[in-house]
Design a protein around this ligand. Structure first.
Ligand code: NAG
Ligand code: NAG
Length: 395
């Protein structure tokens, strides 16, 4: 495992992150093709992407009573919020094995990309609902469980169909298909009136976008050849995001929290390959994140104006995450540079090896659990922040 990481390390920079030349991958040497192959294998083997981020919430310390206004938490997105759907589809983008979940209830590796819980779990609990949000594809749960919380998210996915193709995960359009299926089952179970009330009053958490950039645009040639600049790709994604929100609005969703990009240049994997800048954050990626988040903010304003009754909230986690990464000790962390799992520089998914002698003993000291995902403690801090700052209004 480690060996692969070490082989891959010097290769990444040659792919020319942030290069201004969109089709560069078509003109590279044979050796570089081999490097790309290796990198893609690494990706398929478990790079799941997307990060954290999340959305919403409410103050955990005084949780809202279950008779509150939000009867259910409904989740769309990527690995930042996937509670295990990928365990039930043929993809390599998984985490349902140790040491994932070692701080979860009973030390269970559920498919969450974390040592413990993830933001939808904390947010659900803070709203007086269940302390965990079950994955829709998990046969251990049925519609009576899903009536108060359900997750359609899939690690590795993005707004762009081409992103979900990288590791054969669930594309966003299919998350919406599952949501429609859920609506049918909920109506059959509770009757139209009660089911429609739940669908209307539920809090929807949407956390997605990182994979579109890091796993797709900056890694594969197709979209870079099609869109000359990253700004053009951002606008393409923005159109897809708008379609998605209009679609779930038409299906009855009203209260929605959107969390898009983290300071993605500060993910341990991106820092590990940033050798030219002594493993600092990749500022170019952070700039793209800020720019894209800004455009999404504009979309949020526009949709709230266009769609009667729509309450879309731009639950931005960028600032709090950057604060945590740049001032970790203020939040009780000792390490913000590498993940807890393995060497912390590359490992995620199947590379996060239960036998690794390097894995840390206390994940609470680490901002990141693996090379791409926050630790449970970080997720908890960010969730509380988003709840207090953005989601309180839904109480
Ligand atoms: C859901 O599962 C529980 C426990 O397994 C069972 O008691 C219940 O009848 C099921 N509900 C439905 C609607 O299938
Ligand atoms: C994504 O794929 C679905 C299913 O094939 C298709 O309906 C949809 O139009 C595609 N979206 C884009 C933007 O190509």
């Amino acid at each position: 495992m480690l060996a692969v990481g070490m082989v891959v390390q010097p290769l990444f920079p040659s792919i020319v992150y942030l290069s201004q030349t969109p089709c560069i991958l078509y003109s590279i040497s044979l050796w570089q093709h081999l490097q790309l192959q290796l990198m893609m294998i690494t990706i398929k083997m478990g790079k799941i992407y997307t990060l954290w981020l999340f959305l919403i919430g409410i103050i955990v310390s005084f949780s809202i009573s279950s008779s509150g206004k939000v009867p259910a938490i409904i989740v769309f997105g990527d690995s930042s919020v996937d509670s295990g759907n990928n365990n039930f589809i043929p993809t390599i983008a998984r985490s349902n094995f140790e040491p994932y979940g070692r701080d979860f209830y009973d030390g269970n590796p559920t498919g969450r990309f974390s040592n413990g819980r993830i933001p939808p779990d904390f947010i659900s609990e803070a709203f007086g609902l269940k302390p965990t949000v079950p994955a829709y594809l998990d046969p251990a749960y049925n519609i009576s469980d899903f009536a108060t919380g359900v997750c359609f998210a899939s690690a590795g996915t993005g707004f762009d169909n081409a992103t979900s193709n990288v590791a054969d995960v669930i594309p966003m359009w299919k998350e919406v298909e599952y949501y429609k299926d859920y609506q049918r089952k909920l109506r059959a179970y509770l009757g139209n009136e009660k089911a429609n009330e739940i669908l209307r009053e539920a809090l929807y958490l949407v956390s997605i976008g990182t994979n579109d950039f890091l796993e797709n645009y900056y890694t594969l040639p197709e979209r870079r050849c099609q869109f000359n600049t990253v700004e053009q790709y951002e606008d393409f994604l923005l159109g897809l995001a708008e379609n998605f929100f209009r679609e779930i609005y038409d299906l009855g969703a009203r209260k929605i929290s959107l969390t898009a990009l983290p300071p993605m240049g500060c993910l341990p994997l991106e820092r590990a390959i940033n050798v030219m800048e002594y493993h600092g954050c990749v500022e170019g990626y952070n700039d793209v994140a800020l720019e894209f988040n800004g455009k999404l903010g504009g979309l949020v304003t526009k949709l709230n104006k266009d769609l009667p009754g729509f309450q879309l909230v731009d639950a931005n986690a960028y600032d709090i995450l950057l604060q945590i990464v740049t001032q970790p000790s203020r939040f009780g962390f000792e390490n913000a540079m590498v993940g807890c799992c393995g060497t912390g520089r590359f490992e995620m998914g199947f590379f996060c090896d239960p036998q690794s002698p390097f894995t840390c003993t206390d994940a609470n000291k680490y901002v990141f659990w693996d090379a791409f995902h926050p630790s449970e403690k970080t997720s908890h801090i960010v969730s509380n922040y988003l709840i207090e700052k953005y989601l309180v209004k839904f109480r």
